[in-house]
Design a protein around this ligand. Structure first.
Ligand code: AGP
Length: 370
């Protein structure tokens, strides 16, 4: 096992650090920047189904569901196809309206999640075209779908999903750009600049890992005894906030909630006092001015602010108690980059609390029962 961990203390840390490579592997053979194309046989062979789809329904559980929410932002923004995102467990039992004009995308790292599998079977029976985004090759979900794309993140051993999540985001980005280019909603110049930027994301993840690792470790020390956390973000980073909170809950057993930052005033603001740590994802591109006012509201109530901002940020940074800098990207890529320090934060808080990071209590890597 020590050899498999490749010198890291836990699989989770190893998998966090593998992300420059895993994201690159997800794009390998698919993203051909010089030729200006995205090659995805699963999409291309069924392009008419996607083109004529009334809507795309994404079904998943847990972290994969968070990836699905970001997929909604991506596909709606770049391909202008309506997207709905459903928890598989809810979808399967609510007699959903599905027709043969619908495309259902299931996202699952393991490809074995019982609820996702059951939801897919139901969609298939109702005539939808079903597409899988799985990490485990030849898994049950990969086998029953009409087509799909593997994430190629490599085996993920830690129960808390890290590199599979960023690989799922990478595939969803490729799908959104490919569909948008094909249906004419994403013009060639924008497509070319977006794919060039996507190609550089592994390098940005590498930079984030080296520039934030030690800093996040130190921040984590100050929150070992915290009992609650709020994670806030807007737009593409709202699901990133949900995912950051889930990571912390799963491995540190600290109660954490993710919220869209603007929803704070509809309830969670009542929780804020000097004992409430708040992680706020505030990159320059993505409703920055709105986030600044959310941070002011938190500051006025003495919440402890841990801000994830772009390099060179001043406004949010001046108000924050802790600042984690990430490189600037187009908004659509920011959840990939912002998630990395949040994974590290959850990891180190859990390690300092003496928790079993790779195998947290009550959790299984793949949930094959209801
Ligand atoms: C992730 O950290 C969790 N352990 C969990 O939420 C997981 O994402 C969920 O069970 C779905 O698993 P799947 O992707 O294998 O379907």
């Amino acid at each position: 096992e020590q050899i498999e961990k490749g010198g890291y203390e836990h699989f989770m840390l190893k998998e966090i650090f593998e992300q420059p490579k895993s994201v690159h592997d997800t794009m390998r053979g698919r993203l051909l920047v010089d030729e200006g194309i995205i090659k995805m046989a699963g999409i291309w062979d069924h392009i008419e189904r996607f083109k004529n789809a009334n809507r795309i329904i994404i079904i998943a559980c847990g972290t994969s569901w968070h990836a699905g929410l970001i997929g909604e932002y991506l596909i709606e923004e770049y391909a202008r196809i309506p997207v709905e995102v459903e928890y598989a467990s809810e979808f399967r039992y609510r007699n959903p309206i599905i027709t043969d004009k619908d495309v259902v995308i299931a996202i699952s790292q393991s490809g074995e999640t019982a609820d996702t599998m059951a939801a897919l079977k139901l969609a298939k029976e109702k005539g939808a075209f079903i597409y899988g985004i799985c990490n485990v090759v030849d898994s049950s979900i990969a086998r029953i779908t009409d087509a799909g794309s593997y994430t190629h993140a490599g085996p993920e051993i830690g129960v808390a999903s890290t590199k599979a999540f960023t690989a799922q985001l990478t595939i969803l980005t490729l799908i959104a750009f490919k569909l948008g280019k094909h249906n004419g909603n994403l013009g060639n110049a924008d497509f070319m600049s977006l794919i060039a930027e996507l190609d550089a994301i592994p390098k940005k993840i590498e930079d984030v890992l080296s520039s934030t690792h030690e800093l996040v470790q130190n921040i984590a020390k100050d929150f070992v005894t915290a009992t609650n956390f709020l994670y806030l973000g807007r737009g593409y980073n709202y699901p990133a906030a949900l995912e950051g909170a889930l990571k912390l809950k799963e491995i540190s057993y600290i109660h954490a909630e993710g919220y869209p930052a603007a929803e704070m005033k509809h309830g969670p603001i009542a929780l804020i006092d000097e004992n409430m740590p708040i992680v706020i994802i505030a990159p320059k591109k993505g409703h920055y001015d709105k986030i600044v006012s959310n941070v002011q509201e938190i500051k006025a109530r003495k919440g402890k602010i841990i801000a994830v901002v772009n390099k060179g940020d001043t406004q949010v940074s001046e108000m924050a108690d802790y600042v984690i800098e990430i490189p600037e990207t187009s908004e659509c890529f920011s959840p990939i980059v912002a998630s990395v320090p949040l994974q590290l934060l959850a990891y180190y808080i859990a390690v300092y609390r003496g928790a079993n990071v790779d195998q947290p209590r009550n959790l299984a890597k793949s949930v094959t029962v209801e």
